[in-house]
Design a protein around this ligand. Structure first.
Ligand SMILES: [Zn+2]
Length: 77
């Protein structure tokens, strides 16, 4: 979990974290995630790296990429 600041992990509690709004909106399986995988650190800028767990981070990135892929037409570069 190199991308996650250990200090954020140690501060993981209900006061310093909240469910990720981005994931909650875009991931149909959001509620099936383990609770830590739903949470982002509230003292961080919203984004994949705000997630507290590796799994949460990866799922967030996948949602982002899927959204980008669905928007960008596949044209020859
Ligand atoms: Zn997220």
């Amino acid at each position: 979990m190199e991308h996650i600041d250990p200090a954020v992990i140690s501060r993981f509690d209900t006061r310093s974290s909240r469910p990720c709004e981005f994931c909650r909106e875009l991931d149909p399986q959001f509620r099936e995630r383990r609770p830590p995988d739903q949470m982002v650190a509230s003292n961080r800028k919203a984004g994949a790296s705000a997630h507290l767990t590796e799994d949460g981070y990866v799922r967030h990135r996948m949602l982002e990429l899927r959204r980008i892929a669905s928007r960008a037409p596949l044209t020859a570069a």
